[in-house]
Design a binder for this molecule. Structure first.
Ligand code: SF4
Length: 630
């Protein structure tokens, strides 16, 4: 599509924000697409102002069409940065905005009555409805946070004017004995833009609640999908489920606590739990104790239960239904006692029901043994879940979306226009090299190769005294290679690190100048900001193609069947995303400069989506680059 930027949808500046030319072009492109009924997909590097581009274009479009803007983020913690931009832009663009999170984060009563995090979203909603009803009827056991304060002008204006984070709103309103969740729900009716996590809108029940609370419809929204490269996996996860031994054990305990009634002659709830447990053990019998997995037909689970119980498949069907009914009674009893009406039995029963009726062509069933057996229904096709999302106009933005045709086919987005914003930062500020003689491919990654990696990394670190991070495809690869780097002082990102330890690690890196070893797809490679010369060299030790698990092989077959290029969907796309995200740490501003060294000959498989120069003398090329750039 030819974009006529002379139409000039965007101004040059909004308040204190002065737009660069590429930002104005991107806003005009986005508006042109939306006005023409197309979906803009924008790839733009980190630090290029994607948030500002998305907010301005969506608000301008909303003002032209009378729509509202929903800004979807991957995590709750990303909301803070967006609220910061919204505060600046809301004046010049004249709009009201707020951020929302789920009830589990914003219900103070739940935190008072429940010591454990033992709930489903449905059970929290049920508890809240019942408490509110009691409050309205002036009965005992209501909720004292549910009062006139939630819909007062003062609360509404506090939320919409200040645009504070949900965490700050929670603390302030809780101290005033006003329900933060209900207050946000009320304020939402007057909001032009709402920020919320993907998960809350990808789930169709939660989406319907959001639309109702906002008093709007899908057709009346324009949705910004931030960090959109995550969308396929988040949708897959939200539509997949797992039954673990722990769930069966907790459900059995609940059955006993609530009287363990007979479901059919001679079969108590606990007997049925035993049946589910033993069936999984039987199905997983020949699996490797450590991480073994096997693909099953969904019906095998129920056949096994039928054999164990010596009952017909219809009887098993009946028992699953009876389990759900008993779970519903448990919920009622808990509610009567003033507890969150959550039943593990009901939740387990519903999962079993799902397995019985899963669409066999779009899901696979896997039994695995990681210590104990578990069974999983894995959704192959995220486009099923995402279909309703695209009833709204949408803007997809990320630093890594190309190959866009893979992204579009996986998500199901249609009628799109793609714009990749390159050259935001001077090209000469980034050097990308690759080495052709190393590989972490599992058929080549033997003891010799591990040593070769350790030697090469050690050589780069000792000869280039610059701020360096080394990224590996997995913790396991990092452990193997790291163990051979004893002579090279370094810091390590650990898998079990909490936020405080992680901050400590970053501080140590800044203070000591020691290199850090980390993994791609982790906190270090995707969640940090290292402007200036805080990160000068990034070594990527191996291309992070996913392991050829049952899931990945099933994805290959599925997309082979649909488009004839399954490998690209299951292996290439995830690898490109991880490498590009990791590379995005190096250059964050116009004045940053740095180098990326890809230590894996398979870097060529990522061309043309990643540009890199073959180097036979990495240290020489690095020295030359930094000499010419000082
Ligand atoms: Fe929780 Fe608010 Fe509902 Fe009370 S009204 S139960 S505080 S969400």
């Amino acid at each position: 599509m030819t974009v006529d930027t002379t139409k000039g949808y965007a101004e040059q500046s909004y308040g204190t924000i002065n737009l660069r030319k590429y930002q104005v072009d991107a806003i005009n492109f986005t508006l042109e697409c939306l006005m023409g009924g197309k979906t803009p997909i924008i790839e733009s590097p980190t630090g290029s102002g994607k948030t500002v581009i998305s907010i301005i274009s969506s608000i301008l479009y909303a003002k032209k069409t009378g729509k509202r803007v929903l800004y979807l983020t991957r995590t709750n913690s990303q909301q803070d940065q967006i609220l910061k931009e919204l505060r600046i832009l809301s004046g010049p663009l004249d709009f009201r905005a707020m951020a929302l999170q789920g009830r589990s984060n914003l219900c103070p009563l739940y935190m008072e009555i429940e010591e454990e995090s033992d709930f489903t979203l449905e059970s929290l909603s049920k508890m809240c409805s019942s408490k509110k009803k009691r409050t309205k009827e002036k009965k005992e056991g209501g909720c004292y946070y549910y009062n006139g304060g939630i819909s007062s002008d003062e609360t509404r204006s506090y939320i919409l004017k200040n645009m504070n984070s949900p965490e700050e709103i929670f603390e302030t309103l809780r101290s005033r004995k006003i329900c933060p969740y209900e207050s946000l729900k009320f304020a939402m009716r007057d909001a032009d833009l709402v920020v919320m996590p993907y998960a809350n809108f990808v789930n169709s029940n939660m989406a319907l609640t959001t639309l109702y609370n906002w008093r709007t419809s899908r057709e009346n929204l324009v949705i910004i999908i931030d960090e959109a490269h995550n969308l396929p996996e988040i949708a897959r996860q939200s539509n997949s489920l797992e039954i673990t031994m722990n769930m069966i054990n907790i459900s059995e305990k609940e059955a006993v606590n609530f009287g363990d009634p007979e479901m059919q002659t001679g079969i108590h709830v606990s007997d049925f739990m035993e049946t589910v447990r033993e069936s999984l053990v039987e199905l997983g019998r020949n699996l490797n104790e450590n991480q073994g997995e096997r693909r099953l037909m969904f019906r095998e689970i129920f056949e096994e239960m039928s054999i164990y119980l010596k009952k017909s498949p219809q009887d098993v069907d009946y028992l699953v239904d009876a389990l759900i009914s008993f779970g519903a009674q448990v919920e009622d009893l808990k509610e009567e006692k003033g507890k969150v009406p959550m039943s593990h039995l009901k939740s387990l029963g519903e999962k079993l029901k799902f397995l019985q009726y899963a669409e066999y062509d779009r899901y696979i069933c896997i039994i695995s043994k990681k210590g104990e057996e578990s069974v999983e229904a894995y959704c192959l096709d995220p486009s099923i879940v995402l279909e309703p999302l695209f009833k709204s106009a949408s803007i997809h933005v990320s630093a890594t979306l190309d190959p866009v045709w893979l992204y579009a086919n996986m998500t199901g987005v249609q009628n799109y226009e793609f714009r990749s914003i390159r050259d935001v930062f001077p090209k000469s500020n980034l050097l990308v090299l690759y080495s052709g003689d190393l590989s972490t491919k599992y058929t080549e990654f033997n003891g010799e190769m591990v040593q070769a990696y350790a030697d090469r990394i050690g050589d780069i670190l000792s000869k280039n005294k610059r701020k360096t991070m080394v990224f590996f495809p997995s913790f396991n690869t990092m452990k193997l290679i790291g163990s051979k780097m004893q002579g090279t002082p370094h810091l390590i990102e650990s898998q079990s690190m909490n936020q405080r330890d992680f901050q400590k690690l970053l501080n140590e890196y800044r203070e000591t100048g020691l290199p850090i070893l980390g993994v791609m797809g982790g906190r270090l490679s995707e969640g940090i900001n290292m402007p200036g010369n805080l990160l000068e060299i990034e070594v990527i030790a191996g291309i992070p193609f996913p392991r050829p698990t049952i899931k990945q092989r099933a994805l290959v077959s599925y997309y082979d069947m649909l488009y004839g290029s399954g490998w690209q969907y299951a292996f290439l796309f995830p690898a490109i995303i991880k490498v590009k995200q990791t590379m995005g740490r190096v250059i964050r501003t116009e004045t940053d400069r740095g180098a990326v060294v890809l230590l894996d000959g398979r870097a060529e498989m990522l061309f043309p989506y990643i540009e890199a120069k073959l180097s036979t003398d990495i240290n020489h090329d690095l020295e030359l680059f930094f000499k010419n750039n000082t």
